[in-house]
Design a protein around this ligand. Structure first.
Ligand SMILES: CC(C)(COP(=O)(O)OP(=O)(O)OC[C@H]1O[C@@H](n2cnc3c(N)ncnc32)[C@H](O)[C@@H]1OP(=O)(O)O)[C@@H](O)C(=O)NCCC(=O)NCCS
Length: 168
């Protein structure tokens, strides 16, 4: 039985974390790297490590230290449509991002643990009022995961939007 640790990403973790994310966008999503969607993956420091109210977590295999999953959170709400942006404004909304688990480590509770720690981080920040995320319908396991953790607030053809309860 494998055991895993989770930590806030350090500078030394960023290369491996980026590899987990890029493998997901190439292999799971099939889009490859698209600059307008994925620029945060290249600049993990600027998007998640440097800003105080943002965080990047990594999960590692305790046997060999390899990073096997990621999860991030920032203070940007959705951009559109306007009603959704108004409901989840920048600064008050913690958006969960880049929850990716390498295929051979899935269904062992890692995404659930990562999201739990992201929610704890958001709850410690008294300016966050809600936790929001969106997921692509074709992402393996994604809708199943988010339905266990939150409620669906809007479904488009390809993208489903969720809110997860922020427990103080
Ligand atoms: C979605 C993803 C992050 C789930 O990671 P994970 O570590 O396997 O998830 P967990 O083990 O924490 O699963 C928690 C629960 O979510 C549900 N779930 C997760 N993946 C599932 C799947 N493939 N099928 C059905 N239910 C699933 C189950 O209820 C599961 O509990 P259970 O295993 O006790 O039944 C992972 O499959 C992944 O990286 N997919 C590709 C990238 C992606 O789509 N990420 C989400 C971006 S929005």
């Amino acid at each position: 039985m494998r055991s895993y640790g989770i930590r806030v990403a350090t500078a030394d973790d960023l290369g491996e974390a980026r590899a987990v994310m890029l493998d997901a966008v190439y292999r799971d999503f099939g889009t490859g790297y698209v600059p307008k969607w994925h620029e945060d993956i290249i600049d993990l420091t600027g998007f998640y490590v440097a800003p105080d109210r943002h965080v990047l977590l990594v999960a590692y295999d305790e046997a060999d230290g390899a990073i096997v999953a990621t999860g991030a959170l920032d203070s940007r709400g959705p951009r559109q449509p306007q009603w959704l942006a108004d409901r989840y404004p920048d600064g008050e909304t913690a958006q969960v991002r880049r929850v990716y688990v390498r295929p051979e480590h899935r269904r062992r509770g890692l995404a659930g643990r990562l999201v739990g720690e992201l929610l704890d981080f958001a709850a410690r920040d008294d300016r966050y009022r809600a936790v929001y995320l969106h997921a692509y319908r074709h992402s393996p396991g994604a809708l199943d995961l988010w339905r266990t953790l939150g409620k669906e607030i809007w479904a488009e053809d390809d993208v489903v939007h969720f809110e997860i309860p922020l427990v103080p």
